[in-house]
Ligand binder design. Sequence first.
Ligand code: BG6
Length: 493
Amino acid sequence: MQRTQALLLDPCILVIFGATGDLARRKLYPALYNLAQDQLLPDRFAVVAVGRQAKSHEDANEDMIESIKAFSRTEYTASAKDQKLLTCFHYFQMDFYDSSGYARLKSLLDAIDQQCKTQGNRVFFLAVAPEHFAPIALELKAHGMAPNRDSWQRVVIEKPFGHDLKSAQELNGVIRSTFAEEQIYRIDHYLGKEMVQNLMVLRFANTLFEPLWNNKYIDHVQITFAETVGVEGRGSYYEKAGALRDMVQNHMLQLLTLIAMEPPVNLDTESIRDEKVKVLRSLRVKPEGVIRGQYGPGVVNDSQVMPYNQEERVDPNTNVETFVALKAHVENFRWAGVPFYMRTGKRMPRKYSEIVISFKKLPGVLYFKDEKLDPNLLVIRVQPDAGIFFKFNAKKPGTEHTIVPVSMDFSESSLAGFNTPEAYERLLYDVMRGESTLFTRWDEVKYAWQFVDQIAKHWRAVNVRAITYPAGSFGPPQADFLIRSDGREWHEY
Ligand code: BG6
């Protein structure tokens, strides 16, 4: 089966800008290794890793193997299949701002085309800091490296795609001057996660859920993305982003669209994206109700950690948020009146991402007239232990008539075995086969920026200070008031 899948892939060269960076080391090389293991790379294939550091080909090869050993989900075994990846790997040193470097790069790619019969097809993966996206795209255009005639060239762009709507529009303008929309793959790595891909199947392939998926039966939805890490040396990036731009604008809103969208007319990329965009256009929030927090000192995983404002490359007087909680509404016929509570933060007690669909309570006519009957909950756990958990009420065995909540638990690993493919494997594979459903279209990015811009604008206008919360907690108490004042509680993982 996998062999057949690989045969469907066009020959191509994957050009990774940012060859020595964190993303390439932690995610891309291990993903390529696992794709090679699963025979999901094109038969005629080459990788050109472009970096600024001077390195011999042997050293670059050695570094790639080290990163595979450190970060791959499967063990590195120097087998014949791995050799395939090594033999097609080239390191190329250049400064992204040296125009002559692009001319040399073009000659190398053309020479590889001759040698490996890769037919001029290219994936340009920009695994670099966002300020380099536009200059690299312009150089690729200037050197005729993305003509998209007789062969295809695609560009993969990591987040953040801009800093606000205006900068995103400018960046998009530059990228679009080199690549057509269909050739642009804007990454949101959450879309590559197994459980996120499962969301549509869960909704649209189950009679049990789809008829209930609306404001008649659903009381509210919660989305929590909690992380234990701090900013991990990314202070200079994070100071410009904060949790609102780093997590809400992309990962959280993408998940929300998949939960709230209408059934698409078919499973084509554009039909699905059209429905996601409609959700973003219907999304409302009261910016003054959004909770902004920043971690102070505290204990996470039994270790004392420093406050955000003492992290490397962070301004000691910073007001950047590491936590956001908000209540939004999707103002359409299906969802009117159903709140979507969202929260995300760094330095929380546990790392997990989950969606909770809380169904409406039944009237207390037969059981629990005092209305204590627990609501049915559908919990979609994105990570860790990806799976679905359904909580419902049943009678406790025995002579007394006691009702207790019980649950059915489905773990993704029980279907797939352990070591399910990492998001980047799926995403790289999809770019190579020209499948862009798991990437974001420009209008999705645009409306997501519009949504967060109104919050950022309000924060600026009235100088909203981030509320300090102890590291190791679930954010400031105001995040609890946000949901409690509606008579609800955050679901405890
Ligand atoms: C990234 C953010 O997009 O997602 C990081 O920039 C965050 O700040 C990360 O830590 C979380 O991803 P995951 O897959 O570990 O949940």
